[in-house]
Design a protein around this ligand. Structure first.
Ligand code: ADP
Length: 257
């Protein structure tokens, strides 16, 4: 597919990456990082060379969700580049691996830090770089999308009516930037107990998204205690269904693993 419009030169550090996929949500706490990490490990399990960039400087989740032996990013002092850390073959960069804890910064500073981390990293040859976007659709997100030629976006939401409005904002942002939204993941859609299925946040807003915006794929991810436990333990769970399906939707873009 044609690369989306973006305003800069393709940074040197990103030239060896075939596909850059953004995982985005408008609110925090809907499971965006969980899905970004699991999607990345699912793609890696399919044989792809994968990296994860945690672009959430205010609340980086990657250091909790994965447990690489080396928890600090290394610098190459001559080239002034960053060497990603790695866990189970997936390359990882997060502000949380920069050894500075949580940031208190204004928006433009955050954009600067994100861009520097992303573009000065030695990613090497990758089939996919999964970007765990900061929540929301403000300046930080826009700037990031303009620095990076995104191949596709996946939007994560929960089933509430209120979430629908947010998804619409996300879809509009990406469509303005000419980035195709290939899938919406409706997270925490239900759980099963006592032989019954419960829908704690209601039903139906997902299909509304698909109809209104023509998003090709909608996936439901139920509440799974093991998923939450794996996120806390640093050992990502690979959710074959439905994230394997999300991975396969990339093939719709002509992106084959
Ligand atoms: P976000 O990145 O949107 O802020 P996270 O991915 O950090 O959200 O998820 C918030 C919390 O919810 C985490 O503790 C995570 O383990 C948990 N969680 C996310 N999705 C699920 C799910 N489908 N089932 C159970 N727990 C989940």
């Amino acid at each position: 597919p044609a690369r989306p419009v973006f305003t800069g030169q393709l940074p040197a550090g990103l030239q060896t990456i075939s596909n850059i996929v953004a995982v985005s949500s408008c609110k925090g706490g809907v499971g965006k990082s969980t899905i970004a990490v699991n999607l990345a490990y699912t793609l890696a399990g399919m044989g792809a060379r994968v990296g994860i960039f945690d672009a959430d400087v205010y609340g980086p989740s990657l250091p909790t969700m994965v447990s690489p032996e080396n928890r600090l990013l290394e610098m190459n002092p001559e080239k002034r580049t960053i060497i990603p850390t790695e866990y189970l073959g997936v390359k990882l960069v997060s502000f949380g691996f920069a050894g500075q804890g949580r940031a208190i910064m204004r928006g433009p500073m955050v954009s600067g830090v994100i861009n520097q981390l992303l573009t000065t990293t030695e990613w090497g040859e990758l089939d996919y770089l999964v970007i765990d976007m900061p929540p929301g659709t403000g300046d930080i997100q826009l700037t990031l999308c303009q620095v990076v030629p995104l191949t596709a976006a996946v939007i994560v939401t929960t089933p509430q009516k209120l979430a629908f409005i947010d998804v619409a904002k996300g879809v509009r942002m990406f469509s303005k930037l000419k980035v195709p939204c290939v899938a919406v993941v409706e997270n925490m859609c239900h759980f099963d107990a006592d032989g019954r299925r419960y829908y704690p946040f209601g039903r139906g807003s997902g299909s509304q998204v698909v109809q209104q915006f023509g998003i090709p794929h909608l996936f439901d991810l139920p509440i799974r205690p093991t998923l939450s436990a794996s996120g806390d333990s640093g050992m990502p769970e690979v959710v074959a269904d439905p994230l394997g399906e999300v991975s396969r939707t990339f093939q719709d873009l002509g992106v084959c693993v």
